[in-house]
Every structure is written in C-alpha cells, then in structure tokens.
Design a protein around this ligand. Structure first.
Ligand SMILES: [Zn+2]
Length: 441
C-alpha cells in the first residue's frame, strides 16, 4: 500500500493510487487506520477535482463492536429499504466498519464519518471501508441550539452524540452501501430486463449504465448532493426500527428519545444549512447542505402538522424562527414520506437516469421566497465558525503523550507549528509573503 502511495505521489498516477486503495481495502480491522490522497470532490463546482486529505486514527473498540453487529445483519436490514431485492446488490460486500478516534486529520474540514475509497469500480467489485470518527462528534462544543423550544434543546444536548452515532452508522453502511446500479457488463446486463420493473412507472427498464459509464460520469456535479441525500434518508428511515436502535444499545424510552433527537437534529439541519445556499448564484455550495435541505422540504410537504417553521421575534426583538417536529408523527407521517422519496432517488440512480433524477432533485432543492426569508434569519443569527484545534502526540522517554491546546486562534497556530516543525512553517510563511506581495492584504 505504502509503495503504491509513494509511486502515486512521485508520478501523479491515479492507477497507483487506486492500487494503494485496493491494498487498503484488504487490510481489514487494523488497530491504527489511515488514508491519504486527493479524495473528496465536495468543493469543486464541477464535482471532479478532489481535495487533498490525510488522517491517522486508532480504533474505538467498544463502538466498533456495535458497528460490526450492524454489518453482520446488513443483508437482512437492507430488505427493509423501500425498493425491493431487484434494486439491491446481488451480494452485499461486507465492509470493514469501525469507529475510530482521530489522532490527526489533515484537510479543510473534518467529517464525522467516511465511506471510502471513492472509486466506484473498486467499491462495487472489491469493497470499501466505513469509518465513523467518534471523537469528532463528541468534540462539537455545546453552544445554544437555535430555533428549538427549551425542552427540545435540552433533549438535543442530552442525546446528540448518541443519535448522531446511529445516523452516521446507518448513513455510511446502509446508505452509501446500498442499492444496485443496472449495468451493461459487456456480454450481458447485470439485471433481468424482462422481469425488473421501474419503481415509479411500473414499466420495463429502458436506461442503464453502459460499459465505462459510472455514477459520477452520469450524474456529475449533482451526484454528490444526490447521493448524500439518499444516504441521509436511509438513516432517518431505518432509525425508526426499535431492533436497529437495540444494536446500538438503546431500548425503551431512551431509544425513542434518540430516534426523536435524530429526526429533530437532521430536519432542523436542513433549515440551518440554508446558510450555505448562494442566493445570488442560486447554487448550493455544499453537498450535505443541499441534501438536508431537500429532506426538510420533503418533511414539510408531508403535511399533517409533522414539521412546522414559524417566524417570530426573540426577547431582544430580533427576527427568529420556531422549529417544531411532532415526535408522535415520525412513524405515521415522516417515515412514509421519506421512504417514498427514497424509492424515487433509488430508481433514478439504479437506472442511470440523469434526466429524471436531476428533475426530481432540483425541484425539491428549489429555494423560494419563503425559504429565502428563513435564510436571511438563519444568516443574521449565525455564530462565528468554530475552531477545531487538534492535539499532537509527543514521544517522551519511550512513552506517547497527548498534547492539547486551547480552543483559540493562537491554539490552532501553536498546534500546527509544533506538528510540522520549522521548515514547514517557513515554507508556509514564504508562500504567504509572496501572496501578500501579489494580492496585497
Ligand atoms: Zn455521506
């Protein structure tokens, strides 16, 4: 794996990086886990160029046990998804699914979970790994949670970590890991054209992936948000099953509260993420935000008082919003609505029908005057971006020690300086000084 990485970084060969990823996938259950390269293309408007990231982490054995139970029951749980066996992979490639605690994550943002490698051919034929980054979730600072009632805010703070762990587990494993792509494999199609029916029209399947076509090549720029939405929806849908919550160790009232907190957090996130909608360009800058917004729209459209957002003023006379989700209607209203949408997302993905899929997704993703007004309030009330200060490990007399820093700008800089050493810091300073000369301050 490392030899292939070296080859890739020296030559730029993508094939070498793919080979390194193949070795990586085969390295099942290591205690220290890492991955490096140009991996996620979230920030590229064309959805092609990936950003560099690399991480080192170690396994959280306790949480990993829950995830391995989830993996062992995956085939049975996948049957609950609303699309039926024809739309599911012939054989579920059981991934390595571990909970990791990050030692260091280099990149422009730190995700809470990852499902890699992103190469479709490796994923479909050789497998992939699921990783939940536990200490990233618990490092989220306890700020005021906007738009919730006092009771909901208390519930949110009590169960956020637990509910998010469930959501990340379901999102990564049964979300990204589910569904089949209908493909022409050269000699034959990988599905029975005479038997499989379109889930919306009921007619025979007319479109599929021709040889050389992939999900990314067909869905391009929209593919990221669309796929994130599918994975998110799987999480909302499956967290409604008590036996699934039991896998994570939750039963009775606690399980019910965790399910509620998950829906509350995720659907509310669809409102808060309007911040990332570029109103002038009428574009979404971030795939997960676009995805969650679409699911907020689905929840609102489900009606029957399931989700409501009302404008009001806070105690200082500033415009505010009241977000409400009826916990008694999750099973009867929310779950069926999300399930029906999930079925539509899946059929367009399976059949490689970009025209149908993009029409559906962009209609639900449209931001109208009502949502623009919500956006204004969200932006006016947003908090400063939080600092993510990462620790260093230091070797003292043969013992590893963890060195932490205060959550301030100075703390971030100090941690970086001590991690990379003088040469790297001087390089960064040189680059910065050149930038100042060219662009000014
Ligand atoms: Zn995802």
């Amino acid at each position: 794996m490392i030899q292939k990485y070296i080859e890739h970084f020296k030559s730029g060969s993508l094939d070498a990086h793919k080979d390194a990823s193949r070795f990586w996938v085969k390295d099942v259950g290591p205690v220290v886990e890492s991955y490096i390269g140009f991996i996620e293309n979230y920030r590229d408007p064309a959805g092609a160029r990936a950003e560099f990231e690399g991480f080192v982490s170690c396994v959280n054995k306790e949480t990993s046990k829950k995830f391995s139970t989830l993996v062992s029951r995956a085939e049975e749980l996948l049957q609950r998804l609303p699309w039926g066996a024809d739309y599911e992979k012939d054989k579920f490639l059981k991934p390595d699914f571990t909970a990791l605690d990050i030692i260091y994550f280099g990149g422009s943002g730190i995700p809470a979970g990852i499902n890699i490698p992103n190469y479709d051919d490796i994923r479909q034929n050789e497998g992939f790994k699921n990783v939940s980054l536990g200490n990233v979730i618990s490092a989220v600072p306890k700020q005021k949670i906007e738009f919730l009632s006092a009771d909901d805010e208390a519930m949110y703070k009590k169960y956020f970590k637990e509910s998010f762990e469930v959501q990340v587990g379901l999102h990564e494993l049964l979300g990204h890991g589910s569904g089949k792509l209908f493909q022409n494999e050269g000699e034959k199609l990988n599905f029975d054209k005479n038997k499989v029916k379109h889930l919306i029209t009921g007619e025979p399947i007319k479109t599929w992936y021709e040889k050389g076509e992939t999900w990314s090549s067909k869905f391009g720029q929209l593919g990221n948000a669309y796929e994130e939405c599918r994975a998110e929806a799987v999480g909302y849908f499956l967290c409604c099953y008590p036996d699934i919550l039991q896998i994570f160790g939750y039963e009775g009232q606690v399980a019910d509260d965790i399910k509620y907190t998950n829906w509350l957090n995720e659907i509310r996130a669809g409102l808060v993420c309007l911040e990332f909608y570029q109103a002038d360009a009428k574009k979404w800058g971030q795939a997960h935000s676009f995805a969650r917004y679409v699911l907020l729209r689905i929840a609102l459209a489900a009606g029957q008082g399931f989700v409501s957002i009302e404008e009001c003023v806070d105690e200082n006379g500033k415009a505010d919003l009241k977000f409400n989700l009826d916990r008694n209607k999750i099973d009867s209203v929310g779950k069926p609505a999300v399930g029906d949408f999930l079925k539509q997302l899946q059929v367009y993905k399976s059949t490689g029908d970009f025209a149908g899929g993009s029409k559906l997704f962009n209609e639900w993703g449209a931001v109208g005057p009502r949502e623009l007004r919500w956006r204004e309030i969200v932006v006016a009330r947003r908090k400063p971006r939080r600092n993510f200060v990462q620790s260093n490990t230091v070797l003292t007399n043969g013992k590893v020690e963890l060195k932490t820093y205060p959550a301030t700008n100075a703390g971030v800089i100090q941690s970086v300086v001590e991690r990379y050493g003088e040469d790297a810091v001087n390089d960064a300073l040189n680059v910065w000084e050149k930038d100042v000369k060219i662009f000014g301050l």
